[in-house]
Design a protein around this ligand. Sequence first.
Ligand code: KPL
Length: 303
Amino acid sequence: MKITLIGCGAIGKLWLAALSSQGHDIQGWLRMAQSDLFVDVNEPDGQVFRELIPCNSHQHLHSSELVIVCLKAWQVSDALLPLLAIIPESSPILLLHNGLGTLEELGTLRHPFLCGVTTHAAWQDNNQVFHVAHGVTHIGAVNSLAESYYPIANILHDALPDVAWHNQILNTSWRKLMANCVINPLTIEHNCANGALVHYPEQIALLIDECCQVMSAEGLHADKTELTEYIYGIIHSSAENYSSMLQDVRNHRRTEIDYITGFLIKKARAHGLATPENDRLYHLIKNREQRYDNLRADMHRQW
Ligand code: KPL
């Protein structure tokens, strides 16, 4: 299958390696155009992928049968809007990022759009990617044009398991949003790995309570007990990991707070709901971000 993958960070490179190993005709797409990219992925079982992957061919993009976008939420619309005219309108576009709100920035969707969330964990050091934990990628259609594209889940599953198709991906995305609203800002406030959050049950309960109210107001199923179990499940299974937001803050990079807590707060306001604990954490992270001297430079950083 002819595929273009936009955004070649740690998770993007996992997909480049996996799909290339599976024999797909894949290219990467970088903001600063270059003809190829050295992809070095180290699997937990010791397997290594080290290959040059072609990049930035307009011709390849124009004939791609699938486009996967692995950017930070705040990079998506800037990167994708100029490319939409080149991508065939019959080609599905899959957005894989934390948070919600990017689709609204893309305006009328003429392509089949899919979105997804993943629990794979990987980090990058000196251009070497370390795949530290296998996970599940949940994907589904966000517009009716994409509803018939469920076989993509099997194609992706063969390359980088597990991939699950969801008919109600919005529910799945909101559940992940709740987990990110709780875990990501709290790991910054307490400067800790995910697992240490078990010491802050009152704060976690407050955040879950506010999140559930917003989710219900959105007409989505929100069971507080079930969501609490789900979020503690993630805290335990990723106990040793540092959240992506804490990693961003430690590296003085822009965070995805506007698409996580910021998105939740915007929805809450639209329903006339108060979210004091989420508001407090939102401002804490925004203040932290504002301290970065290099934020402006980072916004234009190569993705
Ligand atoms: O998605 C995550 C992130 O770090 O962004 C969680 C679920 C919090 C795992 O670390």
